[in-house]
Ligand binder design. Structure first.
Ligand SMILES: Nc1ncnc2c1ncn2[C@@H]1O[C@H](COP(=O)(O)OP(=O)(O)OP(=O)(O)O)[C@@H](O)[C@H]1O
Ligand SMILES: [Mg+2]
Length: 348
């Protein structure tokens, strides 16, 4: 069942001419996202960069409005038309720039190479279509192999069985499934074409705690089985510690701290925002806990502060923080913090 990794890169190369097998699966470089409404511009994502290596999982964490979903939609090229823009940066899959791809080619990448579980699973399903037909539709949209009807039906059965739903239930409607089972269907749709990269946007937030654990275990099992690389978006620090290798902490559209799970959860150097977010750094025990509330609000994304975007809420704020924007400073290999406390160069 596990796909041959080189063939995945080769399939990507069929779509993105410059894709190469020896490149990271997914790279973001200096990526920004804006939404335009009338005269105002919402700066939802601001100059973020990271690199996802094969088989690994990166967690995106941050308060509501931090820019997590916008980042995911930019990668998928699913930002709403007309009102959004990517003013700078690159998204590369196997080294090939996907932002410049014509939409027709991007459609081929979506589903087969990269797929997404959307934030609200309950509305991701069509209530008047059987679950089998919804999986079939996902397969048909990306059917480069030109499979016959019979082969497609066999794939629908396999997709349901992959997520632990008997294929005999394929003619049922979403209404006939519990919340946890619906989420399994959503996962089956996302994985129907066996993508190499899965973006899971809050995949368990809408579920009961016990069902959450089952769905997370399922995602983890499928990740191993299919050899996928992942981006996991969650408010839940317990989910992140259990599923991720690396963590990006987002604030006002920026990655203000990035490091391995060990560095973020048990290291001794942290951005003041990370410290606030974690309450106290919870350690690697993996207990489920939500982000801690921090006094104050995230800045208005249509009117971001001039210097460090966290400065209005930061207990360590100085004039320098208000005036100039810090750059990333590496405090250990792979562990970067965007804060003047750690000597990040200023960007005036
Ligand atoms: N379609 C849109 N039009 C205008 N502004 C938008 C749109 N979608 C998102 N935004 C704004 O962009 C910013 C980032 O939103 P985004 O949904 O990416 O955050 P998030 O981190 O996913 O939040 P949450 O945890 O609530 O899902 C917010 O200020 C949000 O209001
Ligand atoms: Mg979101």
């Amino acid at each position: 069942m596990k796909k041959n990794r080189s063939s995945a890169a080769e399939r990507a190369a069929d779509v993105v001419d410059t894709a190469r097998r020896d490149c990271p699966v997914l790279e973001l470089e200096d990526l920004s996202v804006e939404y335009h409404s009338g005269e105002s511009v919402v700066r939802a994502v601001n100059h973020i960069s990271f690199s996802l290596e094969r088989g690994r999982t990166i967690g995106l964490v941050g308060e509501t409005g931090a820019g997590k979903t916008s980042t995911a939609l930019a990668i998928m090229r699913l930002l709403p038309d007309r009102i959004s823009a990517v003013p700078n940066g690159q998204v590369r899959i196997y080294g090939g720039d996907v932002l410049a791809l014509p939409e027709g080619r991007m459609k081929l990448l979506r589903g087969e190479i990269i797929s997404m579980i959307f934030q609200d699973p309950m509305t991701a399903l069509n209530p008047i279509m059987t679950v089998g037909d919804q999986i079939l539709e996902a397969l048909r949209n990306h059917n480069p192999e030109g499979l016959s009807k019979q082969e497609l039906n066999a794939r629908v059965d396999a997709a349901l069985e992959l997520v632990g739903i008997p294929a005999s239930r394929k003619n049922e409607y979403p209404l006939q499934f519990s919340g946890g089972m619906k989420q399994r269907v959503v996962i089956a749709i996302a994985l129907a074409c066996r993508p190499d990269i899965l973006i899971a946007d809050e995949p368990t937030t809408a579920l009961d705690v016990t069902i959450q654990a089952q769905v997370l275990a399922l995602i983890d099992e499928l990740k191993q089985k299919l050899g996928m690389s992942m981006i996991m978006i969650s408010h839940d620090l317990g989910v992140i510690v259990r599923t991720c290798d690396d963590v990006a902490i987002m604030y006002a559209g920026e990655i203000i701290e990035y490091g391995s799970v060990e560095q973020i959860y048990s290291g001794d150097k942290h951005h003041p925002y990370t410290v606030g977010l974690f309450g106290a750094i919870p350690g690697l025990s993996g207990e489920t806990r939500r982000l801690s509330p921090i006094d104050g609000l995230m800045p208005d994304p249509t009117d971001l502060p001039q210097g460090c975007k966290f400065s209005p809420r930061c207990p360590f704020c100085t004039d320098r923080c208000r005036e100039s924007e810090p750059q990333d400073a590496f405090v250990a290999a792979g562990h970067r913090i965007k804060c003047h406390l750690f000597g990040g160069e200023s960007r005036e």
